[in-house]
Write a protein that binds this ligand. Structure first.
Ligand code: ADP
Length: 589
């Protein structure tokens, strides 16, 4: 066998794996398809050249020469297509205009091919055997050979500019270098080929059918640069591998029989080596460690293409683990189901924290209840001995009535007023501890009636202070009647009490929006400095001593608690000496 034939055979053998490899790297990408197609076209050219080498008649060589020219034209076309997709990923302008240019350059080869097959046109002529090889010259006159030459020239220009665009867009040093290599190879080798096999062929210099080895080297270099340096694009397949390994979620990939084919590194957080579970059945593992019945997997089997199945389970692996499992089916390029992907999120810490929070809340509720009942019992039980102390002090006071010792009388008087004050305190603490959050006690209450009954109840006080209570048409609300009465009474009483006007006035009016109903108690009293707007709602907080204004400092704390029970809030806006505006706000639902 001659060196000539051997080199063609070796080249073709090279091209098959290179083309396949490029295709498999990303079968979805049109660029990969075009490069692979180019590799196979070179293979076909190789076979044609081999056939020509074995032909004994001029007729058969002439027939094969037509195939040879066709394959060469298709090859430039498919390389141009590859170049188009390659650059389109980098340049929007190329994506738009490059395609039109490509189509334009494709019209000429189609015209040439049509003429070769249907109009009997020929390109390589004068075939003759020289030293056992078929040689030819190129027809250099007429439209078809001219277009044949021009289309090759244009495709070279197209290849050159497309690679120049990509080279100019490269950012990194290594990337720049390899893109320059591609630019040079893809410009010089085709020009060399066109020169050797097309323009360089004339009556004196005959042409050989020996393109394949040169083309094979070209394709091989492109394939090698591409597959080893991956310069054309970020390879999602490789990135996915890394992501899967580094993900904090546990990923399990199974075949359609739920046999484990891949487990990522996070699986080892559960406490075991992942390799042990390859080829084991997920159904069995789920049954053993999570007590999940195998029928549950029928739901997964019935999943539609874009559906996923999600649920949380308790898994007793090495320790108790709570997992959120998301399962979806996975498909191959042909659309057939090839397996399932399980994504497991470890919720153990969240569940533990939630349980802890639940425990704390329960403990807090319990200790609050204990505190309330303690306050209730203490204040309730203190009432009787206190009342007795007051009575006995009264008796002693009466007994000592005629006594001259003024000091003793004064002491007794002080003891009595202190005991009375303590009695008030105990009463108020008792009231405070009685406020419960039982929503069963909520009934419809006409606020108008509530105010009228308070006015009657406070009539003596109102008269004494020459006070006026004004109110608008107030609505009916659902609430605890006793508590609302207490709330309104505290606010009205304070409005009159903390008031030095000749005619203390409390004006009550409502405002509402979609979500809440607000009731404002506005007075013309002494007002409250802004510093205390929060503090006055605290237990025992008073802004005056007992000789100026009597009180215990519990009234507003009771109001606040009542509003909490009703899921509402209480606030104040006031300035010193300018009256106060207390606003209570009830949610509408
Ligand atoms: P008490 O009236 O028993 O002192 P409260 O809890 O009802 O207790 O009120 C706390 C403090 O808030 C009062 O001591 C008073 O200084 C101030 N305050 C309450 N209501 C008003 C008001 N309408 N105008 C001015 N100050 C007020």
């Amino acid at each position: 066998m001659s060196f000539f034939l051997l080199s063609i055979i070796v080249s073709v053998l090279f091209l098959i794996p290179v083309g396949t490899r490029i295709y498999l790297l990303n079968p979805q990408s049109p660029m990969h398809r075009s490069v692979a197609l180019s590799a196979f076209l070179v293979g076909i050219i190789g076979v044609i050249e081999y056939e020509i080498g074995h032909s004994s008649t001029v007729e058969s060589v002439e027939r094969l020469a037509i195939y040879h020219s066709t394959a060469a034209l298709l090859l430039t076309y498919s390389m141009g297509l590859g170049a188009y997709y390659y650059v389109a990923a980098y340049s929007e302008a190329w994506k738009k205009w490059g395609f039109y240019i490509f189509i334009m350059t494709g019209i000429m080869p189609l015209f040439v091919i049509y003429n070769l097959y249907f109009e009997g046109a020929v390109l390589d002529i004068n075939h003759q055997l020289v030293d056992g090889k078929w040689k030819y010259t190129i027809l250099d006159e007429g439209l078809v050979p001219t277009l044949f030459g021009i289309s090759f020239l244009l495709s070279q220009v197209y290849l050159f500019f497309s690679h120049l665009v990509v080279y100019r867009k490269a950012k990194y040093k290594e990337e720049k270098f390899w893109k320059l290599v591609l630019l040079i190879i893809l410009t010089i080798i085709p020009i060399y080929l066109v020169h050797i096999f097309l323009y360089g062929v004339n009556k004196d210099e005959l042409g050989d059918y020996w393109m394949t080895p040169v083309l094979a080297i070209l394709i091989f270099i492109i394939g090698w640069v591409y597959t080893n340096f991956k310069l054309f694009e970020i390879n999602p397949a490789a990135a996915i591998d890394n992501i899967l390994e580094l993900m904090s979620n546990i990923i399990i990939i199974t075949d359609t029989d739920f046999r484990i084919k891949y487990v990522n590194k996070s699986f080892e957080n559960l406490g075991d080596i992942r390799g042990r579970y390859i080829d084991k059945s997920v159904i069995k593992l789920a049954g053993k460690f999570g007590k999940i019945p195998k029928e549950r997997f029928d739901t997964i089997r019935n999943l539609e293409k874009n559906q996923k199945h999600e649920r949380t389970i308790k898994f007793q692996f090495f320790k108790e683990t709570h997992l959120l499992i998301t399962v979806s089916a996975t498909y191959n390029q042909q659309g057939s189901r090839i397996g399932y992907v399980f994504v497991l999120t470890d919720l153990t810490e969240d569940v533990e924290n939630q349980n802890k929070l639940k425990d704390y809340t329960q403990q807090l509720e319990q200790s609050n209840k204990e505190l309330e009942s303690f306050a209730y019992i203490a204040s309730h039980d203190m009432k009787t001995p206190l009342r007795n102390i007051v009575s006995f002090l009264n008796l002693i006071e009466r007994k000592l009535k005629g006594d001259e010792d003024k000091e003793v009388q004064e002491f007794i008087g002080l003891a009595t007023s202190n005991a009375r004050y303590m009695h008030c305190l105990v009463e108020d603490i008792l009231e405070f501890s009685k406020i419960s959050s039982n929503e069963d006690s909520f009934v419809a209450i006409d606020l108008q009636e509530v105010i009228l009954s308070i006015i009657t109840h406070l009539s003596g006080f109102i008269k004494e202070k020459n006070a006026v209570i004004q109110f608008e048409n107030l609505p009916t609300i659902k609430a605890n009647k006793v508590q609302i009465q207490q709330l309104f009474q505290n606010l009205i009483e304070n409005g009159i009490k903390y008031n030095e006007s000749d005619e203390p006035t409390v004006n009550i009016y409502i405002s509402q929006n979609d979500t809440s109903l607000s009731i404002t108690f506005e007075d013309n009293g002494i007002g409250i400095s802004e510093t205390y707007h929060e503090q006055i709602f605290d237990m025992f907080k008073r802004l005056h001593d007992n000789t100026t204004y009597q009180g215990t400092g519990i009234g507003l704390a009771i109001c606040k608690k009542i509003m909490e029970v009703h899921h509402g809030k209480i606030s104040v806006t006031a300035a010193e000496n300018q009256g106060s505006r207390f606003m209570i706000e009830f949610p509408k639902d």
